[in-house]
Design a protein around this ligand. Sequence first.
Ligand SMILES: NC(=O)c1ccc[n+]([C@@H]2O[C@H](COP(=O)([O-])OP(=O)(O)OC[C@H]3O[C@@H](n4cnc5c(N)ncnc54)[C@H](O)[C@@H]3O)[C@@H](O)[C@H]2O)c1
Length: 326
Amino acid sequence: MRILVTGGAGYIGSVVTEELLNDGHQVVVYDNLTKGHRAAVVPGAQCVHADLGDGQRLRQTLKHEQIEAVIHMAAYSLVGESSMNPAKYYQNNVTTGLVLLDAMLESGVKKLVFSSTAATYGEPKQQPIDESALTNPTNPYGETKLAFERAMAWYDSAYGFRYASLRYFNAAGATMRCGEDHDPESHLIPIALQVATEAREYVEIFGDDYPTPDGTCVRDYIHVVDLARAHILALGELEKGSQIFNLGCGGDGYSVRQVIDTVQEVTGKEIPTRVGPRRAGDPSTLIASSEKIKAELGWQPKYQDLRVIVESAWQWTLANPRGYSD
Ligand SMILES: NC(=O)c1ccc[n+]([C@@H]2O[C@H](COP(=O)([O-])OP(=O)(O)OC[C@H]3O[C@@H](n4cnc5c(N)ncnc54)[C@H](O)[C@@H]3O)[C@@H](O)[C@H]2O)c1
């Protein structure tokens, strides 16, 4: 297929692009490079350097490149920033998202896989979180992702759009070529690896008095290749109808301390930590269930072991100590 990957110069989008190309698809990356990197765009993919809000450029791209389906990864995704500046998140994740939906509608492209987030659920009591859990986002990031999901549902019922929305927590790990390079970096594994390379002094732990086995928060980590495969699998099954799938690591998740210990083991470096106060709105445990996507699409994660995930991210960090060159 000829597939447009929005945000294909970003962390997960670059790996989705890599996997699509490996499968023999043709890929056009559409990215404004505000957060992504030119060097992350995988050779073999065409790159359109433009903003999703530019409807004309988007329509032109969909038409000229004869795009058949879209994988939509472009968004802002910093939870804290979204609470400080919700306007920025509504503008990029909702308003700009609607420009994409309308350009697709005008161009007759009606297949869409959306990278949503498990932040749409807020703080459910029951873990692991399955798709029947109530959506109740506790920050504008989750709220804007949910708003876009709802728009897709209405475009489905009115215009026959077919979409899959994937809700997950923490993408992690790397391929040989593509890894995580965010500025600012807010994710635990790359932060701990920055300490290992002495780019940062210590890891701050936000609270160690949670009701978890070691007192630190428990979270879900999914290897970025497993995530990319889920996006591609969902794309191939859109004919069956629109769907929402959760993606989780399986098992009980990993505590912040377990992640830091694993980074120490893998890198052989000491990772100093400092315990700070809890962050507002941080639940003790967040784990998503993957049972539905396993049962219905046969998704099987290959890299569930945290050590394997950290090892892949460490190899990428060693090869790219300052991140992407461009
Ligand atoms: N990283 C995670 O752990 C995680 C977890 C759950 C969901 N997600 C979702 O997955 C997607 C990708 O996440 P990521 O970590 O790869 O993010 P990222 O910031 O690395 O990539 C996003 C890309 O989108 C581009 N972009 C943003 N707004 C754009 C616009 N208006 N026009 C064109 N390009 C634009 C950025 O330049 C960037 O390259 C996001 O939608 C995010 O909400 C990520």
